[in-house]
Design a protein around this ligand. Structure first.
Ligand code: KG4
Ligand code: ZN
Length: 388
């Protein structure tokens, strides 16, 4: 690594970002001008949802093949959108993990080929760092802040102290929040991805009809658990079917019951997320003196689009005197701009290794962003493997 050069931060820098760790092929180009802030010149996303819909979840082989088929044309589309050629790009940032390994290999290998052919530096990025910094695409969000990352593959509370300095305060011990929405949608006979489907089905539902459990209430710490909630929904659905064919996944539930189950589940998930976040706020504020502008909670990941969850976090922040920052949905879900942003910040700080070193960097299915608080063991499973 070279040392940070203060002059570097004042030079306009253009970064190409590539994201292929799950079921979105995403490419963006951002440029930091003299004001230091990123300007998004192109943001292209190809969602594979339709390709996985028939299987009720993301199929790794289909995902990898689809990245192979789409990535080249998406890079061309991003360059056309930005009106640039590769000779105008200063570095390529690509997700190197964690994620579905086939997809990560596709994105990282493509980035390596571009860098070799055009003599550009390669900046391998931890996907979770991309989520942690995505807020800084649209908001000054100075360090430090508390991050709640809620996606289909990850659910974590992280103290973001500085670029490259992260402490994990909590993680899920079983399913990720988005995964719980997806699985619950499946068992209610709704489509995928389940989060938006549950949110839509919950409209007109009674959130107080089913009293779902409050996970991990008696356990100290900031970890999450969603699998009990999912089981409770299944049991309530079984009980609710009193006539007609016995209930099984996707069996007929009357419309009102399905709406009530969706609303009650969504409310319980929001309660749980807010409860654990409030614990993490206490830990964070005990360890960080209050910034001049007050403490900040930043939310990232696809689940951050959920209005009930946003409302619960907003209420929590108002009660605690924190500010809540939720980036626009297109930067909460997987996107290339957040990878480019992480690359830009590393580039500006001179944190770029020689190409011979980065070419040797492997794609990683698992790559923890931060060591857990107090050396707690890493736990959890899920569609992207153990939660990093
Ligand atoms: O961050 P993301 O696009 O991809 C990764 O998983 O990395 O997040 C996708 C997840 C899916 O599980 C999806 O069901 C969930 O975000 N999601 C939502 C909503 N929109 C997307 N969950 C709850 N409510 C929503 N409105
Ligand atoms: Zn993600």
């Amino acid at each position: 690594m070279t040392n940070a050069s203060p002059a570097l931060a004042d030079t306009p820098v253009t970064i190409l970002g590539i994201e292929t760790s799950c079921d979105d092929t995403a490419v963006a180009i951002i440029r930091a001008a003299a004001d230091g802030r990123a300007h998004i010149l192109a943001n292209q996303v190809w969602s594979q949802h339709a390709e996985h819909a028939a299987y009720g979840g993301v199929v790794p082989e289909i995902a990898a093949r689809s990245h192979v088929e789409r990535l080249d044309s998406l890079i061309a589309a991003a360059l056309a959108e930005a009106g640039l050629g590769l000779e105008m790009v200063d570095a390529v940032a690509a997700t190197a993990g964690p994620g579905l390994i086939g997809g990560v290999v596709v994105g990282l290998t493509t980035a390596k080929a571009i860098c070799l052919a055009h003599d550009l530096p390669l900046i391998p990025i931890n996907h979770l760092e991309g989520h942690a910094l995505s807020v800084r695409l649209t908001d000054p969000a100075p360090f430090p802040y508390l991050l709640l990352l809620v996606s289909g593959g990850h659910t974590q509370l992280v103290a973001v102290d500085a670029l490259g300095t992260y402490e994990r305060l909590g993680t899920t011990i079983d399913d990720a929040a988005g995964e719980a929405f997806d699985k619950t949608a499946k068992l209610l006979g709704l489509g995928q991805p389940g989060g938006p489907q549950i949110e839509a089905a919950a409209t007109g539902g009674r959130a107080n009809r089913f009293d779902f459990p409050r996970p991990l209430q008696s356990r100290p710490g900031c970890d999450f658990s969603f699998s009990g909630l999912k089981t409770a929904v299944r049991q309530a659905a079984l009980k609710a079917v009193t006539s007609g064919p016995a209930y099984h996944d996707a069996a007929p539930l009357d419309g009102q019951t399905r709406a009530d189950l969706a609303a009650s589940f969504q409310a319980a998930a929001a309660r749980h997320l807010a409860d654990r976040t409030s614990r993490a706020m206490a830990v964070f504020s005990a360890r960080h003196s209050a910034p001049e502008t007050g403490y900040r909670l930043v939310v990232a990941g696809g689940v951050a689009a959920n209005c009930t969850i946003k409302a619960a976090l907003n209420h929590l922040c108002q009660t605690e005197g924190w500010s809540l920052i939720v980036p626009p949905p297109k930067f909460c879900t997987d996107n290339g701009a957040m990878i480019a942003q992480a690359g830009l910040e590393r580039f500006q700080r001179g944190l770029v290794a020689p190409i011979a070193q980065t070419l040797a960097m492997p794609a990683r299915a698992r790559w923890p962003l931060a060591e857990p608080m107090d050396g707690a063991p890493r736990v959890g499973g899920g569609k992207k493997g153990p939660k990093a």
